[in-house]
Every structure is written in C-alpha cells, then in structure tokens.
Ligand binder design. Sequence first.
Ligand SMILES: *[C@@H]1O[C@H](CO)[C@@H](O)[C@H](O)[C@H]1NC(C)=O
Ligand SMILES: *[C@@H]1O[C@H](CO)[C@@H](O)[C@H](O)[C@H]1NC(C)=O
Ligand SMILES: *[C@@H]1O[C@H](CO)[C@@H](O)[C@H](O)[C@H]1NC(C)=O
Ligand SMILES: *[C@@H]1O[C@H](CO)[C@@H](O)[C@H](O)[C@H]1NC(C)=O
Ligand SMILES: *[C@@H]1O[C@H](CO)[C@@H](O)[C@H](O)[C@H]1NC(C)=O
Ligand SMILES: *[C@@H]1O[C@H](CO)[C@@H](O)[C@H](O)[C@H]1NC(C)=O
Ligand SMILES: *[C@@H]1O[C@H](CO)[C@@H](O)[C@H](O)[C@H]1NC(C)=O
Ligand SMILES: *[C@@H]1O[C@H](CO)[C@@H](O)[C@H](O)[C@H]1NC(C)=O
Ligand SMILES: *[C@@H]1O[C@H](CO)[C@@H](O)[C@H](O)[C@H]1NC(C)=O
Length: 460
Amino acid sequence: MRLPGAGLLLRGLCLSVFLFSPAEAIDLDISDEQSIKDAASTAVYAMMTYYSGNETGQIPGAFPSKWWEGSALFLALLHYWHYTGDTTYNDELRVGLEWQSGDDGDYMPTNYSSYLGNDDQMFWGVAAMTAAELQFADVSDGFSWLSLAQGVFNTQIKRWDTTKCSGGMRWQIYPYQSGYTMKNAISNGGLFQLSARLARYTGDAIYLTWANKIWDWSVSEDSSPLINNATWDVADSTNMENDCTTRGDTQWSYNYGAYMTGAAYLYNYTNGSSYWLEAVDGLLNKTLDTFIPDSNGGIFEEVTCEPTEVCNNNEILFKGLVSSWLSFTAMLVPSTYSSIVPKLQTSAQAAAKSCTGHSNSTCGVRWYQSKYDGWIGMEEQISASDIFTANLVSFNAVAPVTSTTGGNSTSNPNAGNNDTTSTTTTSTTITTKDKAGAGILTVLFVVGWVSLIGWTVLGG
Ligand SMILES: *[C@@H]1O[C@H](CO)[C@@H](O)[C@H](O)[C@H]1NC(C)=O
Ligand SMILES: *[C@@H]1O[C@H](CO)[C@@H](O)[C@H](O)[C@H]1NC(C)=O
Ligand SMILES: *[C@@H]1O[C@H](CO)[C@@H](O)[C@H](O)[C@H]1NC(C)=O
Ligand SMILES: *[C@@H]1O[C@H](CO)[C@@H](O)[C@H](O)[C@H]1NC(C)=O
Ligand SMILES: *[C@@H]1O[C@H](CO)[C@@H](O)[C@H](O)[C@H]1NC(C)=O
Ligand SMILES: *[C@@H]1O[C@H](CO)[C@@H](O)[C@H](O)[C@H]1NC(C)=O
Ligand SMILES: *[C@@H]1O[C@H](CO)[C@@H](O)[C@H](O)[C@H]1NC(C)=O
Ligand SMILES: *[C@@H]1O[C@H](CO)[C@@H](O)[C@H](O)[C@H]1NC(C)=O
Ligand SMILES: *[C@@H]1O[C@H](CO)[C@@H](O)[C@H](O)[C@H]1NC(C)=O
C-alpha cells in the first residue's frame, strides 16, 4: 500500500481536529528542508494519481494524446528523487523512461514517431540525460540512460536543415506536419542544451562542436533571429517561408530556460569561460525580469497566457521545467546562485498557497494569486512538484555529475544510428495509411502546439 507523505497524514489529522480549517493547504516553511520535502511529497503524490502506466494492461510511460508530457512527468520524478532521496516512485520512473525509448533507443517509438516534433523527442532525451547526470542506475536489460540521450542527439543532428536559413532544426520532422516550415527556439535550444550536457558528461568533442554550431546559428543575425544577443530577447520561432527574416516573438519561459541552461553547462564544462558567463547572465537577467519580476512579488508567472487564463497543458508545464533548470544553473554557475534562489523561494511560497484546492492540496496554475485558482490537472501538479524540489538546491544538493565525477551510465556514441525511419527531411516515403493516421494525430497534437507556438508567426 502506498501512502501520501507523512506531512499530508499529519495535516489530515489536524484538519479533523480543527473542523473549521478553511481548506487543506501546503504549509511551507521555505527555510526548513523537511517542510520543503513534505510539500514536494504532497504535490508528487497528487501528480502520480494521473499516472496509470504501471497498472495491468496499461503501457508504461504512455500518454497517447500528449506523448511529450511523459518526459516532463519523469523529469519531475527524477528531480524529486534526487533532491529528496525518496525512492517511492523509482520503479515507475525506471520502467516508463525505458519503455518509451523505442526499438532503436532514441525516443522515436513506432506508436508515436510519425507525428512527433523535434522538441517532443528532445525532451525525452533531456530526461534520459538527467537520469545519467543524477546517477539514476542504468537498467540491466535495456538501453543505458546516456545512450538514450546520445540516440536522440544522433538522430536529430541528421535533421539539421540547410535548405533555408543557413541551418537550424525545423520544429517538425515530416513534411506533412503543420509547422514543418518553421524553425523554433525550443527545438534548437533543446538540442543545444542536450549537446552541451553530453559534452560536459562525456568530454567527447562532437557534442561541443554541435553545441557551438547550434548556438552560433541561433545568435547570428545572418542566419536566425531567434536570439538577439544584445538584448537577450528569445523569440519563439521563425518562418522558413520568408527565409527566417521575421520573429514570432511570443514570450515563453522555456525558450529562455533551454538556452540559458545549455550555456550554464558549457560555462561549467569550460571551467568558467567568460563568453558563456555573459550568455548565462544575459539570459538569466531577461528570464527573471520577464517571468519572475520583483514587481510580481518575485513569483514565477507564464506571462503570455496566465493573465488571460488561456494556458494550455503544455504551457502550464513551462514554469516547472524552468524552475528545475534554474536550480541546476545555480549549481553549475555558482555566481548566479544568489539571484536565483530568492526567486525560487518566493515562487514556491506562492505555489504552496495555490495548492489549497478541493480540500486535498490540489494545486492551481496561477501561483501569483497566492490562492487556489480552480484549475486542476497533471500539469499543475508537475510544475508545483518542480518548484518545491528546486528549492532543495539550498540544502547541500549534489550537482549533476559527469563520467569523471561518478557518472557510470554506459556510453554508446553510435546510439540511434540504426534508426533509418526518421532521418530524411526531404524525401520521406509515407504510405496513405500512415498519412491518414498521422494526420489525425497531428490534428490532435497541433491543437495544443500550434496555439502555443505558431499563431503569432503564421498569423503574421
Ligand atoms: C482531489 O479532489 C479532486 C476533486 O474531487 C479530485 O479530482 C482529485 O483527484 C483529488 N486529488 C487527490 C490527490 O486525491
Ligand atoms: C502504480 O503507481 C501508483 C502511484 O505511485 C500507485 O499508487 C499504485 O499502487 C501503483 N500500482 C501498481 C499496480 O503498482
Ligand atoms: C505501442 O502500442 C502497443 C499496442 O498497444 C503496446 O503493446 C506497446 O507497449 C506500445 N509501445 C510503446 C513504446 O508505447
Ligand atoms: C552506477 O552508479 C549507481 C549510482 O551510484 C549505482 O547504483 C550502480 O550500481 C552503478 N552501476 C555500475 C554498473 O557500477
Ligand atoms: C553575438 O552574436 C554575434 C554573431 O551574430 C557574435 O559575433 C558575438 O560574439 C555574439 N556576442 C555574444 C555576447 O554572444
Ligand atoms: C577544466 O579543468 C580540469 C581540471 O583542472 C581539466 O582537466 C580540464 O581539461 C579543463 N577543461 C577545459 C575545457 O579547460
Ligand atoms: C537585468 O539587467 C538590467 C539592466 O542592467 C537591470 O536593471 C536589472 O535589474 C537586471 N535584472 C535582474 C533580475 O538582475
Ligand atoms: C561547476 O559546477 C560545480 C558543481 O556545482 C561547481 O563546484 C564548480 O565550481 C563549477 N565550475 C565553475 C567554473 O564554476
Ligand atoms: C544496431 O544493429 C546492430 C546489428 O543488428 C546491433 O548489433 C546493435 O545492437 C544495434 N544497436 C542499437 C543501438 O540498437
């Protein structure tokens, strides 16, 4: 039998004593390690009520209509285990993260591969990379975590597209997908980050070469307008149909977080290069000023969708992903610690006040309201879990390791190279049957993603 954290049980008892208690809350004392762990435990418990992949007849790690979100859930579980030491969910984590890797060990599982975007696959690669860096033990009878990250890297660099804009990753993989003619920040920033992390973990030159290549493409005005490296504004996307001359400048926190964190890994890997420090500082400054400003009480807000209450499930996850990445950045670039931690603290305190829903500590979307806002879902629970666990960075947290500092995940530099189904961007052969199936799935998928990324660009 699985029980919620002790904190929840205790609060349950308190509630029965103080009958007029308004709603069950997460009582977070941000200076107290155990209090933060209890808050995380409560949020993760509720998060896992949305996971049925461990039940008989269910598929581990599968979220059919929103496949990429599984990677966000497993990232939250990895951070939770790493920062709290609680192994309660490690079996679900290990089995699900392995199951979805597909036959070729590159997170292109055949059930989903025909409608994936580069960003979807990338997030699973980042989850596997995180497992390696946090010393989550490899499985004995499957792909190692490191090889899975390498598999994603190897399949993605083959899709580097030079037909327009002098390079860059397209948003989508196949020509029949809506968004195929766009190059977006999360696909490029995500692969940049994955490359940077592989470079630091393995020390292999190819990963550093690619990290630099993707970065240079992203900042160079001649090729891409995605990052303005004078203002550090990060645009969401650019359109190949006009040669990447226009910016879809909708502001999303994860675009900043993806690039900032990659730069943080490269700063650390290069033993403190001033070039990467300037990038980290510039992107961090813009991230904090835009999404976690003092004028907002230092509370993380996804500013493009929260004020008007139009955040979709993807967008609700961004704050959580970025909170975790901020905690890693604070460790990898120690000079950023004092700017980051206070913002994580004020955000977590507000998030805790939002977790007062339904008399069972359900968390809402808008932390800055400092009360429950009526929203409920897996994504809300993932982001709340992430902001709580990120605060444990203040308590002697262990930084991501490398192959020379304790990481033992098995390397396979050729991982993913057996996969021939997903590498061509120009001449993919698709049967009518595949096309119909993928088209339907793409419609489902695009409802979420295009509204997220595309409209500002597609609509002008
Ligand atoms: C909390 O209550 C809501 C409303 O009844 C329910 O949907 C949700 O599953 C509950 N959460 C937990 C963790 O039990
Ligand atoms: C599946 O995981 C959930 C959440 O951790 C747990 O409550 C449940 O007992 C597990 N079911 C099985 C069959 O292991
Ligand atoms: C793909 O679907 C089949 C049939 O439902 C299932 O048995 C298998 O586990 C799924 N694989 C993945 C990676 O989800
Ligand atoms: C790798 O390290 C992890 C974490 O320290 C450990 O649990 C695991 O047994 C190690 N694996 C091997 C093959 O040494
Ligand atoms: C900004 O990008 C340009 C290339 O467009 C490069 O020459 C310059 O070094 C970059 N500066 C920083 C601070 O990254
Ligand atoms: C960083 O420092 C370590 C330890 O001194 C050294 O082995 C390594 O080569 C250095 N890395 C770089 C990129 O300078
Ligand atoms: C970011 O930089 C601007 C200009 O230097 C400065 O006014 C602002 O306080 C900085 N913000 C943060 C969060 O450091
Ligand atoms: C790299 O990260 C480690 C772990 O947090 C830290 O001890 C070290 O100081 C960092 N390196 C640099 C150059 O800041
Ligand atoms: C690639 O295929 C070869 C030959 O079938 C096989 O030995 C190898 O294990 C495969 N590698 C991966 C990563 O699947």
